[in-house]
Unconditional design. Structure first.
Length: 228
């Protein structure tokens, strides 16, 4: 229908705008070093990194293949390769990938997007998709989760994050700013669990950031397993 095509076009334009705003070396450097535009964002980036790095440390020396979707300057790619994990990093920004390559020699970097992952079915043991999914509305999120599910092996792990609608400060902040510079979407933990389940994943563990109870935390880290 006409309105559906118009909505998809608007959503695609918003994504392109978001991509343009991140397509610069400064964004890549700030992400690599864990520096946000505010002290709050810097603290969040580093808490997320600590949580993921602790998990990755337990995988050291295991023969696994990993993918970081939206890798930017390569912060998580470096953490993975440092633990002996073969890793691919993808991003839409050639500038970001160029920066990442100067920091990490052992990884493979490809310019690509989350909607069309350039990989064979069921090839990755571990997939990271962090600081990304909140920039997509529901229709594109479904496509991305389909792609992530397609490239993840049965029993493989997905690590992602959530901006929580049930946290009133988070909901108000994103609702107010959505569409001004970026697409900014919040979702409940229940909704995200349901979406992940529909795409073949079970949430094994969730960890709140800035609040210990995940269902009410503004940010939630999700550790999911692809159904066997």
């Amino acid at each position: 229908m006409e309105w559906e095509r118009a909505a998809m076009t608007n959503a695609l334009d918003a994504i392109k705008n978001t991509i343009r705003r991140y397509d610069n070396s400064e964004s890549a450097k700030r992400f690599y070093y864990g520096i946000g535009g505010t002290p709050h964002r810097t603290k969040r980036l580093n808490r997320e990194y600590k949580i993921v790095n602790e998990f990755v440390g337990d995988l050291a020396d295991k023969n696994i293949l990993a993918l970081d979707i939206g890798c930017s300057g390569g912060r998580y790619v470096e953490a993975l390769t440092r633990n002996g994990i073969r890793t691919y990093g993808i991003d839409t920004s050639f500038v970001a990938l160029k920066f990442a390559k100067t920091k990490i020699n052992e990884a493979f970097f490809i310019q690509a997007n989350a909607i069309h992952l350039p990989f064979k079915n069921e090839c990755f043991d571990l997939v990271l998709c962090i600081e990304l999914l909140h920039h997509f509305d529901g229709s594109f999120l479904e496509i991305i989760l389909d792609e992530i599910s397609r490239v993840t092996k049965p029993g493989g792990i997905l690590i992602s994050d959530l901006r929580n609608s049930l946290n009133p400060v988070m909901w108000y902040s994103y609702h107010k700013r959505d569409g001004k510079h970026f697409t900014l979407k919040t979702r409940t933990l229940l909704k995200m669990r349901k979406l992940l389940r529909e795409h073949g994943f079970v949430v094994l563990h969730s960890k709140g950031i800035f609040f210990s109870i995940p269902i009410l935390a503004p940010y939630v880290m999700l550790f999911c397993e692809k159904k066997k």
